[in-house]
Design a protein around this ligand. Structure first.
Ligand SMILES: Cc1ncc(COP(=O)(O)O)c(C=O)c1O
Length: 464
């Protein structure tokens, strides 16, 4: 999380002013509370609530956040379940065995969605999100590679991971934290990894190739099957036998429902593991991800820790120990509530709205589409040559209406291209999409009239 500095001296003594509120009267001596220090005494709950509530008013409106893939709306019944489960710690398997059982059912549902074969006994777990899931997937790749290298009497000190330069930042983190060389394959002209570009970067020290189902930059699907076929050919020709981890953070809950013919999952023997974020198109509020290995043997025993469970033991694999159990209950609720057809309808609506929006934006005049919502329901667009304002200006201008629309540069090799990206979620109705188009239309008219105040500047805007 964000790193914050300790503030000392007079600035550290800053106070939070309390506003006079009608529902409750604070004793005069607590009309001010320290901002950065623990107050000597507490506040009545209503007063404390109001302070925190008021502070948060300045946060953006989550529903208008076009930047996030993460769920911003759930049913009231899901809210109730989340509140009921708030005190439950998911690691306490013995104390909360039914939460453990719901996690087990979710892993089964997901393994089946990703076409795990019964014979191989796929194994998986919940995580805090795809970031932890990617870390666990990467760790298993590293341990498996090291074991095989050691068994062959080969050196094990220079592991590398091959992936497109468009990977989400978690993979660069994984490589830095776990001492693996990040082989970032330059993108271009395609905006993501291709089979031809990936294979030359693989060697005996490659622990795996990461293929992304739903690139964070433009929503496109990477060609997992092509990459697998190319790696098959590499191995058949005497080269290294490199497994694939599919980072399906977004696509893992999209493709199974609306792209059933796309072969990207455990139907491909080279796919060793897959992750997805339950809190993205799994439709749960932030705090849950999933990772599944095609068979238990892919999960090195040294990485598995046992915790007590109903008089016995339960194997676990995680970076955290304590974690909320509520999101797992909410994931299971969604599975019951929506079923296959419900998810299919939600994903179809998201895709239709994304494609509709992409087309409308393409028709506005100054924009050129970089992607059109062919993969996950997200797309990116740039400003045409000669238009007197930038994507950053548009991003800033639409903010005055509450829209959070990120502007950023494409990955190295295509970094000259700055884009805006829109993620369409379940809570973006066609009506809201129409309002967005009208707001964009007004915005570009305004920007055309005042180009001189909008000089191009090297704003970075948004980081993945
Ligand atoms: C492709 C990809 N991988 C990993 C992540 C990290 O996921 P999470 O936010 O669930 O930790 C993201 C987030 O956007 C992503 O798009």
């Amino acid at each position: 999380m964000a790193l914050h500095r300790h503030v000392s001296g007079p600035a550290g003594q800053a106070k939070l002013g309390m506003r006079p509120q009608s529902e409750f009267q604070l004793p005069a001596e607590v009309a001010e509370v320290p901002r950065l220090r623990l107050g000597p005494r507490g506040l009545p709950p209503d007063a404390a609530y109001q302070v925190v509530h008021d502070e948060l008013l300045l946060d953006g409106n989550a529903r208008l956040n076009l930047a996030t893939f993460v769920t911003t709306w759930m049913d009231r019944q899901a809210d109730m379940l989340i509140a009921e489960c708030a005190p439950k710690n998911i690691i306490d398997k013995d104390e909360y065995p039914q939460t453990a059982e719901l996690e087990n059912r979710c892993v089964n549902v997901i393994a089946e969605l990703w076409n795990a074969s019964g014979a191989e006994q796929a194994t998986g777990c919940s995580t805090t999100g795809s970031s932890e899931a990617c870390m666990l997937g990467g760790l298993a790749l590293k341990w498996n590679w090291r074991r095989a290298r050691a068994a062959a009497g080969a050196p094990t000190d220079r592991p590398n991971l091959v992936m497109g330069a468009n990977v989400q930042v978690v993979w660069e983190k994984f490589c830095r934290y776990w001492d693996v060389e990040a082989r970032l394959v330059p993108v271009g002209p395609a905006t993501h990894l291709t089979a031809e570009a990936a294979v030359p970067h693989c060697d005996e020290d490659t622990i795996g190739v990461v293929a992304i189902l739903g690139s964070t930059f433009d929503g496109s699907y990477e060609p997992v099957l092509d990459i697998a076929n190319a790696l098959d050919a590499l191995a058949a020709g005497g080269g290294p036998d490199v497994p694939i981890h599919v980072d399906a953070a977004s696509g893992g809950f999209v493709a199974p429902f609306i792209d059933p013919d796309l072969v990207w999952d455990f139907r491909i023997p080279r796919v060793a593991s897959i992750n997805a974020s339950g809190h993205k198109y799994g439709l749960v509020y932030p705090g849950v991800g999933w990772v599944v290995w095609r068979d238990a043997g892919r999960l090195p025993e040294e990485l598995v820790f046992k915790v007590d469970y109903l008089g016995g033991e339960m194997p676990t694999f995680s970076l955290n120990f304590s974690r909320p159990g509520a999101q797992v209950a909410a994931q299971y609720y969604n599975f019951l509530r929506l079923g296959f057809d419900g998810y299919r309808r939600v994903m179809s609506a998201c895709r239709d709205n994304a494609r509709w929006l992409a087309q409308q934006i393409g028709d506005l005049g100054p924009f050129e589409l970089v992607s059109k919502g062919a993969g996950i329901p997200a797309f990116a667009f740039r400003i045409k040559e000669g238009v007197p304002y930038t994507v950053y200006d548009v991003s800033e201008a639409v903010r005055t209406r509450g829209w959070l629309m990120p502007a950023y540069r494409l990955p190295p090799n295509l970094e000259d291209i700055a884009v805006l990206r829109i993620v369409v979620r379940d809570d973006m109705s066609r009506d809201l999409a129409k309002v967005l188009i009208e707001d964009l239309r007004r915005t570009i008219k305004r920007l055309e009239r005042q180009p001189e105040v909008m000089a191009e500047s090297p704003r970075t805007g948004f980081h993945h």
